[in-house]
Design a protein around this ligand. Structure first.
Ligand SMILES: *Cc1c(COP(=O)(O)O)cnc(C)c1O
Length: 394
């Protein structure tokens, strides 16, 4: 087995230089919320591989499902019927109130499907535009279309002209939304809590305002729940909290328990705008990823969601108490369920605090300009949270 230095040298020589200097660790295995590295050190994980590993590591049921399915069939293509794909589609529709599903291989691809569906619908209804609305600070993916949808200039410039026409509006600004959404708009895409942008929640009133404007102008509302969905904020979908029903919902991150799968879910009247040949994927919806996702979705029952809410509140209360104690360090605590952000005061760098926590054996993320991001596996415990807070308050 290689040590960290050898792996690092290979990475720096052979991997495309898009990730730069990574955090100085290579994990070899995990159990529950604990990760182990090449040197045998252990870490408590509040990052979950960017909000992916909701069940933690080496979950027994997950391992059993994946190994049994891998031994049977991994992939057969979309030319044939597929039981795990059909049962996963049913499970997701039952959980979300949507009527139909399409499976892709990533979040960005799920959003591509959503935007293409909205464009197809607009086209078939005689709206001859390609106008879409997205929010500033949003993140929707790295494909050409989804990076154009992403409302952050730094992603656009070198790749211009991008795909379709996007108007970016300030989150929670009612007037700006009213001015941007009109009869030429095909769809509006939003994250209920902006993840990569800095853990920035939209208000329920604003979300309902977006939904009403979409209705008024015959545009679709696309909820990008790639990070917020799958119970992350304490309900299966975050939009449930705002009492909004989107026309299209996308899921990915936690869906496959770490295996790559994205889902685009739509109401019947919307999905009906796709005809055979309009969309597809070679790998999307294969037996292995679908069996894995079906297992993970099955674990997101009432007990699990209650756990996310309770532990999320416990972590949030602890972070707020820390803010009271250290007002010069913490500017704001935000988020819902087990998706929490701590914006640090100017002069204290989030990446530096992340590095200090790493030294103490805790993995956390960063987001936005200067925010620590906590998106742990749902199997995190109060004792793990107490330990993190101990490390943070020193
Ligand atoms: C991560 C993320 C994406 C992109 O997902 P990929 O699997 O990296 O393509 C899109 N939208 C949101 C809200 C995300 O958090």
């Amino acid at each position: 087995m290689m040590d960290l230095e050898q792996i690092k040298q290979l990475d720096q020589k052979y991997y495309m230089p898009v990730f730069g200097e990574r955090q100085p660790v290579c994990f070899t295995h995990g159990e529950g919320v604990t990760l182990y590295d090449t040197a045998g050190r252990q870490y408590t994980d509040f990052f979950a591989g960017i909000a992916v590993n909701a069940l933690g590591y080496a979950d027994a049921g997950f391992v059993k499902t994946v190994s049994e399915q891998a031994a049977k069939l991994v992939h057969t293509s979309s030319q044939f019927y597929n039981e795990p794909q059909a049962t996963l589609a049913r499970a997701l529709c039952e959980k979300t109130g949507m009527d139909r599903a399409f499976f892709a291989n990533s979040g960005a691809e799920a959003n591509e499907c959503a935007v293409k569906l909205a464009k197809m619908r607009a086209f078939k209804r005689g709206k001859k535009t390609a106008n879409f609305v997205a929010l500033k600070n949003s993140f929707h993916g790295r494909t050409l279309l989804t990076l154009t949808a992403t409302g952050q200039d730094k992603f656009h410039e070198p790749f211009e002209p991008g795909a379709y026409n996007w108007t970016y509006i300030d989150a929670n600004d009612f007037e700006m939304a009213k001015n941007a959404i009109n009869a030429d708009t095909c769809a509006v895409i939003f994250e209920p809590v902006q993840g990569e942008g800095g853990v920035l929640p939209l208000s329920a009133e604003y979300t309902r305002h977006l939904a009403a404007l979409c209705k008024q102008h015959d545009a679709l509302l696309i909820a990008d729940e790639i990070q917020t969905g799958m119970g992350r904020t304490g309900t299966f979908l975050a939009v449930e909290g705002a009492r909004v029903e989107a026309d299209i919902v996308t899921l990915a991150k936690a869906l496959g328990g770490g295996l790559p799968i994205g889902a685009c879910l739509a109401k019947e009247e919307t999905a009906a705008y796709f005809s055979p040949g309009d969309h597809g994927s070679t790998f999307g919806g294969g037996q292995l990823v679908c069996a894995a996702a079906d297992y993970v979705v099955g674990r997101m029952d009432g007990n699990m969601l209650a756990r996310v809410r309770a532990l999320g509140q416990y972590l949030k209360d602890a972070l707020c108490a820390l803010q009271d104690k250290l007002p010069a360090m913490i500017k704001e605590v935000r988020g819902a369920g087990l998706m929490l952000g701590v914006e640090l005061a100017e002069g204290i760098k989030a990446a530096q605090v992340r590095g200090q926590l790493f030294q103490k054996g805790f993995i956390v993320g960063t987001a936005g300009a200067n925010t620590l991001r906590f998106v742990p596996p749902y199997v995190i415990s109060e004792a793990d949270i107490d330990a993190l807070l101990g490390a943070l308050s020193l």
